[in-house]
Design a protein around this ligand. Sequence first.
Ligand SMILES: Nc1ncnc2c1ncn2[C@@H]1O[C@H](COP(=O)(O)OP(=O)(O)O)[C@@H](O)[C@H]1O
Ligand SMILES: [Mg+2]
Length: 301
Amino acid sequence: MDSIENSKLLKLEAHLRSRIRGQDHVLPRIISLLKRGQLGLTKLNRPRGSFLFLGPTGVGKTETTIAFTDFLFGEGKLFRFDMSEYQTQESLGVLLGAKLGERGTLAMAYDRSRCGTLLFDEIEKAHARILDIFLQILDAARVTMANGETLDLSGFYIVFTTNIGGADLLNLQHSTFATMERHVLARAQQAMRPELFARITEKLVFNRLSYDHQLEIAQLLLNGELKFLGDKGYKLEADKTVLPFVVQRGFHPRLGARPMRDTVEKLIGDAVASDLLMNGVSGGTVTLNEAANCFRIAPLS
Ligand SMILES: Nc1ncnc2c1ncn2[C@@H]1O[C@H](COP(=O)(O)OP(=O)(O)O)[C@@H](O)[C@H]1O
Ligand SMILES: [Mg+2]
């Protein structure tokens, strides 16, 4: 391991903390496994590390996976498999290739990279034969395709996500995180195949997002949008009315922060568009137009 790689690992924590809000209880365990994985301290002939991410929708499970994968490997090294598309017996052929000469989706990822992260979303939906493949991956980091070729997946992190227990979370809204965590882990353990559950190294329950964390996420997305417009020559500031309105519009009790990015883009984009059309100026302060329930751009004073 060279010194560039070492100094990168030392910055991993700061990077994840800058991108992920309200999940400080899981980040140290994620970082610890990633460090061991990157330094080659995990078991030979296994994936670099394996995670099961649980908890509500839209609270950062995928975002965390994207953040650490991009940071460690560069962009384009995250390969995502949505298990709602692998519910039937035939889906085994989709994953591993069915006919001679046909590449399955797993081999297609492998063709693009020998390292990175394989993300299997909503594994409770996967067909039983697909779960057998997960066991092979976790046990030996090897999968044999329909054409007989064997893929060596030891360069990858494996991330599974599941919504098991998620439906009950709305009823547990007023309980503590510890209660929710216990409940979700117990439900997952009941529902998943025990040998699969046991083989995953880190099982982590993500928390609901508090209002303050929702505001922080809105701020992150807003910063991104203002920078994007700034680079286009449109200089904007936002006043204090902006974030609460973004959260009100962009946070959903069942979807979490999922709608937030689109909300920010739409609200700011609409205000900029109408300002450009009416006034033709190139910047100002974004503020809430309460009467019209949208943002407007006030000229910089
Ligand atoms: N904890 C968080 N920190 C920062 N951004 C978040 C967080 N949770 C959600 N988001 C935002 O919401 C979007 C959806 O979150 P995602 O991670 O895809 O949800 P899920 O937990 O269902 O995988 C992300 O793209 C990101 O913009
Ligand atoms: Mg997700």
